[in-house]
Structure formats: structure tokens, C-alpha cells
Design a protein around this ligand. Structure first.
Ligand SMILES: NC(=O)c1ccc[n+]([C@@H]2O[C@H](COP(=O)([O-])OP(=O)(O)OC[C@H]3O[C@@H](n4cnc5c(N)ncnc54)[C@H](OP(=O)(O)O)[C@@H]3O)[C@@H](O)[C@H]2O)c1
Length: 282
């Protein structure tokens, strides 16, 4: 697909993130050929990875092999909690840049709200770590900075403790997990809401309502889930290691779900998590 057709969303950093990206993960989540295909044949320009996924070196290699210019790409990676704390966070970011073969990141996220830094509460450790991200942002090494899996109380604390409001919060989001209060909070505070696991790790694909809606549009259940995220204004990063599925997941801009179908999909929320549930993190 023509990449100019992938819309972007403005962040309060002044940068624009493509609404659709390609996810990576650590357990069977990386295929070099599929990433190359996404970059060279599907117009994918937004890649979501993390130190945790263990593939930053390969992602850097794929970017290089694809011939796509750095300035055309949106590259997100994440800081693992084991690397929290001011000094560690700065070093970890520089290490990620080195592995990816880049001199700046488009978006750097604190991966998870729990934080174990000796002698510090989780709140203090998050604040100290966030100050490192503020510094990396100030220096232009991270053009935008954000968090992942943060709930309202984590964001409220960060607001009290630090200066820069996160530019984006990346949270689980699919028809069974639609945390509307958190979405509304983020919007009120100018934090872009990024959604992960848009297909509920595949669980959404055989739900009868989603299958019925898909049939009505002549689309696949995956395309319906991705389109639903996009129509709800949520940045979405479906993961696939298969070329034909990546192609399919990108073909979501030539149709529009009716308001009624969006509401029907909204009503499938049952609170289930297919990834992590951060509600017990103080
Ligand atoms: N910030 C966080 O804490 C966090 C947590 C989890 C995930 N994430 C991010 O979100 C991304 C997506 O999450 P996810 O991979 O867990 O879940 P997902 O995107 O909801 O689902 C991926 C699963 O669906 C399959 N799939 C993809 N497209 C398909 C299609 N068109 N038809 C049928 N099956 C399809 C994939 O298998 P194949 O690969 O075999 O196609 C894979 O098993 C991750 O890659 C990661 O970047 C972030």
C-alpha cells in the first residue's frame, strides 16, 4: 500500500506517529523476511520493538537492508524495568540506539510501571527514570518519550513528580479490552493512546460477532479489529511474522465501519487481558 495513505497522529512533542505500525515480540515474534517485506512492499514505516524482545540488532539490520531512509521511519523501542534508575536508563537508551544502528529514537517508552531500584519506592524509581527520559528528550536522542502499561494513578504521580507529560501511553487495547476511563484520561491530558495486542493475540479472530461484521464488509476479522482501533483514534501495532498477514493487516484504509458496528465492537469489552495486567502495581 502507498505509505502516504497511513494517517499520522500528532503528539505533544510536535512529532507525528503513524496510526498503524508493525509489532515485534520476544516469543516467536520476529521474522527478518517479514519485516523486510513490510518495509519494502507494504509501506510500513512504524516499527514497535523493545530491548526485552531481543531483536533490536536484527531490526537495525532489516532497516539497513530495506533501503528506507531513517527520516521516513518511526522507530519505537522500550526501556525494560531492570534498567530503571537515572544512569541505567540513559545507558540503556544509548545501547538500544547502538543495537538499532540509529542516533535517535522516535519514541522511547518505559515498558512497565513496576520498578525495583534499591532504597526507592516504585513511584520514586519511576520518577527518577522518567527524569532520564526527559533528559534524553531534551538532548534530541528521543524525539518523543512515553510510557507503557501505565494506569491513571501512575500517570497522576508522574505528573506531580516530573515536568514532561508522557507523549504517549501504550496499553493493551482490543475489542475485549477497551479501558475507556484511561483512554479519556489520556485524551484530557494530551497523551496519545497507543494500543497493543489489537487482535487479542488471535483470540478476537474467531469471535462470532467479529466474524459476522467481517463477512458484511468482505474483510477479515483481523482487518475489522485493526480498523476498529483506528476509528477509535488509537495507534495500533498488530504483530505478524507472515508476509501475507502483514499485507492483510495493512489493507484497512479503504473502508469505514459504520457507527453502529463500532458500537457493537465496543460492547464486546469484557475486561480480559491477553497480556499483562498492571492493576496491582502501586
Ligand atoms: N508494551 C507492551 O507491554 C506490549 C505487550 C504486548 C505486545 N506489545 C506490542 O504489541 C504488538 C502486538 O501484540 P501481540 O503480538 O501480542 O498480539 P496481536 O497483534 O493481537 O496478535 C498477534 C497474533 O495474531 C496472529 N496474526 C497476526 N495477523 C493475523 C491475521 N491477519 N490473521 C490471523 N492471525 C494473525 C499472529 O501470528 P503470526 O505471527 O503467526 O502471523 C500472532 O499470533 C507486539 O508485537 C508488541 O510490539 C506491547
Amino acid at each position: 500500500m502507498d505509505r502516504s495513505k497511513i494517517p499520522t497522529v500528532p503528539l505533544s512533542s510536535g512529532h507525528h506517529i503513524p496510526l498503524l505500525g508493525l509489532g515485534m515480540s520476544h516469543s516467536g515474534g520476529y521474522s527478518h523476511n517479514a519485516l523486510l517485506y513490510a518495509l519494502t512492499k507494504c509501506g510500513i514505516r512504524h516499527i514497535d520493538t523493545a530491548k526485552r524482545y531481543g531483536n533490536e540488532v536484527m531490526v537495525g539490520k532489516a532497516i539497513c537492508e530495506s533501503g528506507v531512509k531513517r527520516e521516513e521511519l518511526w522507530l519505537t523501542t522500550k526501556l525494560w524495568p531492570g534498567d530503571y534508575g537515572y544512569e541505567n536508563a540513559i545507558q540503556s537508551c544509548l545501547d538500544s540506539c547502538k543495537r538499532l544502528g540509529v542516533d535517535y529514537l522516535d519514541l522511547y517508552l518505559m515498558h512497565w510501571p513496576d520498578a525495583h531500584v534499591p532504597g526507592k519506592s516504585a513511584r520514586e524509581a519511576r520518577a527518577e527514570t522518567w527524569q532520564a527520559l526527559e533528559e534524553l528528550h531534551e538532548k534530541g536522542i528521543c524525539r518523543s518519550i512515553g510510557v507503557s502499561n501505565f494506569l491513571i494513578h501512575h500517570l497522576d504521580q508522574l505528573k506531580e513528580d516530573c515536568y514532561v507529560v508522557p507523549h504517549l501511553n501504550q496499553v493493551e487495547y482490543h475489542p475485549f479490552q477497551k479501558p475507556q476511563e484511561l483512554v479519556d484520561y489520556c485524551r484530557r491530558n494530551n497523551i496519545v493512546f497507543g494500543g497493543y495486542c489489537p487482535l487479542a493475540k488471535g483470540q478476537a479472530l474467531n469471535h462470532p460477532t467479529i466474524q459476522k461484521i467481517a463477512k458484511n464488509y468482505g474483510k477479515t476479522p483481523a482487518q475489522i479489529c485493526i480498523r476498529w482501533s483506528i476509528q477509535n483514534g488509537v495507534v495500533t501495532i498488530p504483530k505478524s511474522t507472515k508476509e501475507e498477514r502483514i499485507q492483510e493487516n495493512c489493507e484497512v484504509f479503504g473502508f469505514v465501519l459504520t457507527d453502529e458496528d463500532v458500537l457493537t465492537l465496543n460492547s464486546l469489552h469484557d475486561g480480559r487481558h491477553v497480556s499483562w495486567d498492571p492493576s496491582n502495581i502501586l
